[in-house]
Write a protein that binds this ligand. Structure first.
Ligand SMILES: Cc1cc2nc3c(=O)[nH]c(=O)nc-3n(C[C@H](O)[C@H](O)[C@H](O)COP(=O)(O)OP(=O)(O)OC[C@H]3O[C@@H](n4cnc5c(N)ncnc54)[C@H](O)[C@@H]3O)c2cc1C
Length: 416
């Protein structure tokens, strides 16, 4: 079914009975051209672009839980392309461009809101670093504006401009950045992929990767063996566990990252703001809740819940940046398992096993990458060659020394 104003009107007069499920409840067939493991944003976007851009429709996405149960439904919804390094900027900018047309492409309301992403700076040195980042962005055709204190005050008047320890001097603004409704994104991709013939198989865990002579031949699942010519791994925080089934050891560690949602308030923040003197980011959802987060929990874990110590650290940052948040009541918090690579940048590459491909290591930033990661991973699986904007995301870069270190984003920021 295609969503349109006419369909909305028709269903308003027919008791909302005309809507059909967004995707079929598919059972796995015995064989596919491509099996994608992981029905998160990346896995489903990959399946969608395999079908749409490369004409490969005999595809299954195998998800151990339900669609939206992983990080794609747990993140703080920020999208942006305000990177510094040449290995990253073109990739994330491709992502921004795909976000800008995504709702039309998927015929789905993903609530993409280009409300702006504002990174605060608090010292001359930080201003210089942000000026450099802004210049690098503009050289790549990405929008960036360096704002002074008064311009920031106009945008976000409730910040603490007179904080003696962390005075706000200004900010780097990307107006085209913003937020998107996280689970709507994955539902939209699932629906679009299903429409093109992809089987979206839920409640089916991959428990083995079968190989023959260094070549992948299929996946063992809780619903039986599935024969596959090519297999893509796209399981975010579970990457190391899944890869170990094929005897691979990845340069990735898994940590919990928490998110917090408050009671609803009248509009107070109409862009995304990040604190420059600590790790803290905040935006306001359309329902009025403030949505925010900070650092990883400090030890590796596969538990999808976080610690109180990090919660209190996030609260400290919040109040230092915006003291009125001290009176806020938190409604919910949760954790997601993050796949932290050693340089803070992702991996989209072939593995040493023929026909087995890997997408992961997204650290704090995989939601914004969803469309570009899906597009570039589909390109790699279909053509066997990297898309030019993802050419730097090699698995062997940690051995060759060609790391892409955006500073402070890897698993142990203090060691970078
Ligand atoms: C609290 C939090 C806040 C974040 N905030 C942001 C943000 O603001 N902006 C941003 O860009 N990024 C953010 N991220 C990161 C982002 O959410 C992730 O990098 C991204 O969602 C990962 O890709 P995915 O959507 O494919 O992952 P997931 O949704 O986790 O998908 C992977 C799927 O694989 C499945 N799976 C795992 N193992 C198996 C198996 N053996 N068999 C079958 N299926 C399997 C899982 O069940 C899961 O559904 C945040 C993450 C968290 C946790």
């Amino acid at each position: 079914m295609k969503f349109s104003g006419f369909e909305l009107l028709k269903n308003a007069f027919t008791g909302q009975t005309g809507w059909t499920p967004h995707w079929r409840k598919a059972e796995p067939k015995s064989s596919y051209d491509v099996v994608i493991i992981g029905g998160g944003g990346h896995g489903l976007a990959t399946a969608h672009y395999l079908a749409k851009e490369f004409g490969i429709t005999n595809v299954a996405v195998i998800e151990k839980g339900w669609i939206g149960s992983g990080n794609v439904g747990r993140n703080t919804t920020i999208i942006r392309s305000n990177y510094l390094l040449p290995g990253n900027i073109p990739f994330y900018e491709l992502g921004m461009k795909l976000w800008e047309g995504l709702e039309q492409e998927l015929n789905y309301n993903a609530m993409v809101s280009q409300r702006g992403v504002l990174n605060l700076y608090h010292s001359d040195a930080q201003r210089d670093a942000f000026a450099r980042r802004g210049n690098a962005m503009r050289l790549h055709g990405v929008d960036a504006e360096l704002l002074d204190r008064d311009a920031v005050r106009t945008m976000a008047p409730f910040l603490d401009f007179n904080n003696a320890r962390f005075p706000i001097q200004g900010g780097l603004l990307q107006r085209r950045g913003g937020t998107a409704r996280h689970d709507a994104v994955v539902w939209g991709y699932a629906r679009a992929a299903d429409k093109r013939g992809v089987d979206v198989v839920e409640n089916c865990e991959v428990i083995g990767l079968r190989q023959d002579n260094g070549k992948i031949i299929g996946v063992e699942t809780t619903k039986g063996f599935i024969d596959a010519k090519r297999v893509g791994m796209s399981v975010a925080g579970n990457s190391s566990r899944l890869a170990s089934l094929a005897g691979l050891r990845l340069p990735i560690e898994s940590y919990v990252l928490q998110a917090f949602v408050s009671e609803s308030l009248k509009p107070v923040i109409d862009c995304v703001v990040t604190f420059g003197a600590g790790h803290f980011y905040i935006s306001q959802s359309d329902k009025g809740s403030l949505v925010f987060g900070g650092d990883l929990d400090p030890y590796p874990s596969y538990a999808q819940r976080g610690s109180l110590a990090v919660f209190s650290d996030v609260a400290e940052n919040a109040i230092a940046m915006m003291p009125m948040l001290g009176r806020l009541r938190i409604l919910r918090s949760w954790g997601g398992i993050m796949d932290m690579s050693m340089d803070g940048s992702p991996i989209i590459d072939k593995t040493p096993i023929e026909g087995l491909f890997f997408n992961g290591g997204w650290c704090y930033g995989g939601f914004k990458a969803t469309p570009a990661a899906g597009f570039c991973f589909a390109h790699l699986i279909a053509k066997g060659a990297h898309h030019p904007v993802a050419a730097a995301y090699r698995l062997d870069r940690f051995a060759t020394g060609r790391v892409i270190d955006e500073k402070g984003a890897g698993p142990t920021p203090n060691l970078h």
